[in-house]
Design a protein around this ligand. Structure first.
Ligand code: ADP
Ligand code: MG
Length: 140
């Protein structure tokens, strides 16, 4: 099967605790390759645009505040069945429900400050990659 791509964010709770390397190591050990990466401070506009699908949810405002509260690392990950592979190593949204061996089980602080984002479909992966990266910034 051919390699596919997904989009990942190492969230502010993880960068604050200096876990960028630890999280990336778990992604790599899960068979994903970082083919683009940059550390940014998201603007409010970027956070609201990125999470627009959640804008009617009660947690939307707090989520955008959290995502702009510190630096994040946005990444493009490549691997076989990358979207599913990444979702599996991330673990459940709520760390209380995350399986052993997942990033969120190991590091998430709460359902909001849950250390990582990962695209939920190939279609959304493409949209999210295009939201943060120019084609020439991705080197596979
Ligand atoms: P996932 O990141 O696992 O795909 P969602 O897409 O449902 O989860 O939600 C996006 C993000 O919104 C979550 O990763 C988390 O940071 C936050 N979030 C989700 N549900 C809640 C909630 N009930 N309360 C607070 N924050 C939440
Ligand atoms: Mg999601």
């Amino acid at each position: 099967m051919a390699a596919t791509r997904t989009f990942s964010i190492i969230k502010p709770d993880a960068t604050r605790r200096n876990l960028t390397g630890a999280v990336t190591k778990m992604l790599e050990e899960a068979g994903l390759r970082v083919v683009a990466s940059k550390r940014i401070r998201m603007s409010r506009d970027q956070a609201e645009g990125f999470y627009a699908v959640h804008k009617e949810r009660p947690f939307f405002n707090d989520l955008c505040t959290f995502m702009t509260s510190g630096p994040v690392v946005v990444q493009v990950l490549e691997g076989e069945d990358a979207v599913t592979r990444n979702r599996t190593v991330m673990g459940a949204t709520n760390p209380a429900q995350a399986d052993e061996g997942t990033i969120r089980k190991a590091y998430a602080e709460s359902i909001e400050a849950n250390s990582v984002h990962g695209s939920d479909s190939d279609e959304n992966a493409k949209i999210e990659i295009d939201f943060f990266f120019k084609p020439e910034e991705i080197v596979g």
